[in-house]
Ligand binder design. Structure first.
Ligand SMILES: Nc1ncnc2c1ncn2[C@@H]1O[C@H](COP(=O)(O)OP(=O)(O)OP(=O)(O)O)[C@@H](O)[C@H]1O
Ligand SMILES: [Mg+2]
Length: 383
């Protein structure tokens, strides 16, 4: 992304590539595998950008999992209703099935009759493709029914991972949770992983007795990769590219970003890029890397700033300036950061929290959720 080198940068940002570029998660991988091999559905709830989706991809890429199961990873992040969910699920199942046994592949449109409208044959190769839009699905519940029926018929059990599962609570349909629960209980062979990041929401869905998913899964969290492990990984990756990196440089980046995987990968990617072959990356490179990363994000941040109401923006900047902000609604805070009034802070805070721009702790302190954004505001906006 940031590097122009023709050689692959070993610090992958984005989609999972392979074991080779994946740092640790050995225990967690075993833990997930144990759940699955014992036929248990599971939830994976953890902070944003810590590596949930990556862990799922990594587990699915393990030879013993790939041999025993068909795996389907569905990202619900961009879905807004049940029909969109079904569309994404249908497409993902279809694309997985293309790589699998012919006997099962051939049954796709026989069983999921409601997706036949999307069946197109490639004019050159004659290979079937699936081209559906949300307008093509007249009854999402019927289509889900058929998809699960189809998964149950496969010659191997399937694992479906719903990523960003908390998204279903934003669907306008009222009964989605209960509906899915019913379908999922009906599945005898298919296993499910539910992954998500909005802690409160996922916890409510899976732990509150009144909700349909109560105690139906085994729960797992995810912590940052240990500091020493990340240092060793970074050094090994630099070696691959005939470069070196000081342990201290990795350690400092780790401390700066709380060891959260996405920031680590992003920074190390740029630090690798900035280090010539045969060279050693030292702490001095960190600052240059930060500037490059922030400038790559600038357009996006400007967009964020112009699209939030003035009171929220003002509060966002104040929290960034404070770093860890305490007593945000107090008179002192209002005076110190010259905010308009204490009365509007509560609602501004709520707005920022909903957009996942800030995050609160149990001790009632607040900070900016995205550390790059925090650094950007601190350096270029509030100074
Ligand atoms: N163990 C790992 N080693 C190296 N890179 C990783 C690892 N885990 C995740 N990544 C990378 O870190 C980034 C963030 O990981 P991922 O997308 O899995 O996090 P997430 O928790 O699903 O985030 P989000 O909350 O945004 O969905 C990705 O670019 C991914 O490729
Ligand atoms: Mg994810």
């Amino acid at each position: 992304m940031l590097h122009k080198d023709s050689k692959l940068n070993p610090f992958i940002i984005g989609k999972y590539v392979s074991d080779e570029y994946f740092c640790d998660r050995e225990k967690e991988t075993e833990q997930v595998k144990t759940q699955l091999f014992n036929g248990r559905n599971m939830t994976l709830i953890a902070a944003r950008r810590i590596g949930k989706s990556g862990l799922i991809s990594h587990v699915f890429a393990q030879p013993d999992i790939a041999k025993a199961y068909y795996t389907i990873q569905v990202d619900l992040y961009a879905t807004n209703n049940l029909t969109e969910m079904v569309t994404v699920l249908g497409k993902e199942v279809f694309s997985q099935v293309q790589k699998q046994s012919k006997s099962w592949r051939d049954k796709f449109f026989d069983v999921i009759t409601s997706l036949r409208v999307g069946l197109k044959l490639d004019p050159v190769s004659g290979v079937p493709t699936l081209d559906i839009g949300i307008g093509d699905i007249s009854s999402p519940t019927m289509t889900i029914d058929q998809i699960f029926e189809y998964l149950e018929m496969a010659d191997k059990p399937c694992i479906v991972a719903f990523d960003e599962f908390q998204q279903i609570t934003n669907y306008p349909e009222k009964n989605v949770e209960a509906l899915l629960r019913t379908y999922i209980q009906r599945c005898k062979k298919t296993l499910f992983i539910f992954a998500g990041s909005q802690k409160h929401m996922m916890a409510q869905m899976f732990l509150s007795p009144a909700r349909p998913f109560y105690q139906s899964t085994s729960n797992m969290g995810l912590e940052p990769i240990p500091r020493d492990t990340y240092i060793a990984f970074a050094q090994a990756m630099f070696k691959k590219g005939a470069k070196e990196i000081d342990a201290e440089a990795v350690g400092r980046v780790y401390d700066m970003y709380y060891g959260i995987t996405w920031y680590m990968q992003y920074m190390l990617n740029e630090m690798f890029n900035l280090t010539p072959e045969g060279g050693t990356c030292r702490v001095e490179t960190i600052e240059v890397a930060i500037q490059n990363v922030l400038s790559a994000q600038q357009t996006f941040y400007q967009y964020v700033f112009t699209n939030i109401p003035p009171r929220q923006k003002e509060l966002l900047f104040a929290i960034a300036k404070a770093g860890v902000a305490q007593n945000v609604t107090s008179k002192e805070f209002v005076q110190k950061y010259r905010l308009q009034s204490a009365s509007s802070i509560q609602s501004a805070l709520k707005g920022l929290e909903e957009k996942e721009l800030v995050i609160g702790s149990l001790d009632k302190t607040w900070r900016i959720y995205d550390t790059f954004l925090e650094q950007y505001i601190q350096r270029y906006v509030v100074k």
